[in-house]
Design a protein around this ligand. Structure first.
Ligand code: G1P
Length: 284
């Protein structure tokens, strides 16, 4: 069983400036919920009950988001807003189940994950990148259900000209759901890419990856890459890409973020009728 999840949230979010000057990018809302809350709820749906945030400077809004807000709660009680009160209570996890570790330098995803090493013992752990928002079934829950040890990443096909935005898999055996990872390379140019099967920001890693990360050097983008550490595990243990059933939105890009807002709005039965009729009106 996977009980712990790491959420790397130390990134600067420069693509969303000025919105992210004082606001962590993970707090950007899709409809009415910040990206990070979707990721936490996705993990909770997989039975994960320990949440480790790897934060950085100016990220305190994330800590506040998952804590009590006594003024707000008192106001909601006074005004009799029971539903809103229940909602803010439900977001608060058991004391001691949420921890924060600070990544002092933004030295890459591999470095962020390594910063959480002392919170994880001899057990596999999930990693969720809040930028990758998935509509539909909990992707990490699907992965946990198929996990049989070793390492696993969420995988999807991307257009040929987008390989340089992703970790790309050299596929082995492939049954359409699970694809064996025979090689893994970070952000290759299309001409160098071994396939168009890309890693989406959901991982289950075994503890040895932390040891590998301890000795990792900076590579692509002058950052310590999780991809490189995972690539070093190939041949030593099982390693699969998992094709998940949901629809993934790249909320690290403006267009992806806007698409996510529209898709999640359309999936919301209260908002959908008005939103759809407005969209139809705009398109006619
Ligand atoms: C990270 C990983 C990359 C993965 C991607 C998924 O890249 O390094 O391998 O494909 O997330 O979103 P980033 O988007 O942080 O540059």
């Amino acid at each position: 069983m996977i009980k712990k999840a790491i959420f790397p949230v130390g990134g600067l979010g420069t693509r969303f400036l000025p919105a992210t000057k004082a606001l962590p990018k993970e707090m950007l809302p899709v409809v009415d919920k910040p990206l990070i809350q979707y990721a936490v709820e996705e993990a909770a749906a997989a039975g994960i009950d320990e949440f480790i945030f790897v934060t950085g400077r100016n990220k305190s809004a994330i800590e506040d988001h998952f804590d009590h807000s006594f003024e707000l709660e008192k106001t909601l009680i006074t005004k009799g807003k029971a539903d809103a009160l229940a909602m803010v209570h439900d977001m608060i996890h058991k004391p001691g189940s949420v921890s924060y570790v600070r990544q002092q330098d933004p030295a890459g995803l591999g470095h962020a994950v390594w910063c959480a090493r002392n919170m994880v013992h001899d057990e596999p752990v999930a990693i969720l990148l809040a930028d990758d928002l998935i509509l539909g079934q909990s992707c990490i829950a699907e992965m946990v259900a198929h996990y049989r040890g070793g390492n696993m990443v969420a995988a999807m096909n991307v257009p040929t000209d987008q390989t340089q935005s992703y970790g790309i898999i050299t596929p082995g055996k492939d049954d359409g759901k699970l694809v064996e990872v025979k090689g893994l390379v970070e952000k290759p140019e299309p001409k160098d890419a071994p396939s168009t099967i890309a890693v989406v920001g959901r991982y289950i890693i075994e503890p040895t990856v932390f040891q590998t990360l301890s000795n990792s050097e900076r590579s692509v983008g002058d950052e310590i890459q999780l991809t490189d550490a995972l690539a070093q595990q190939i041949g030593k243990s099982e390693f699969y890409g998992f094709r998940f059933s949901g629809e993934r939105f790249d909320c690290g890009s403006k267009v992806g973020f806007l698409q996510a807002n529209i898709a999640f709005g359309m999936a919301n039965e209260t908002l959908a009728p008005e939103l759809m009729s407005w969209i139809r009106g705009r398109l006619s």
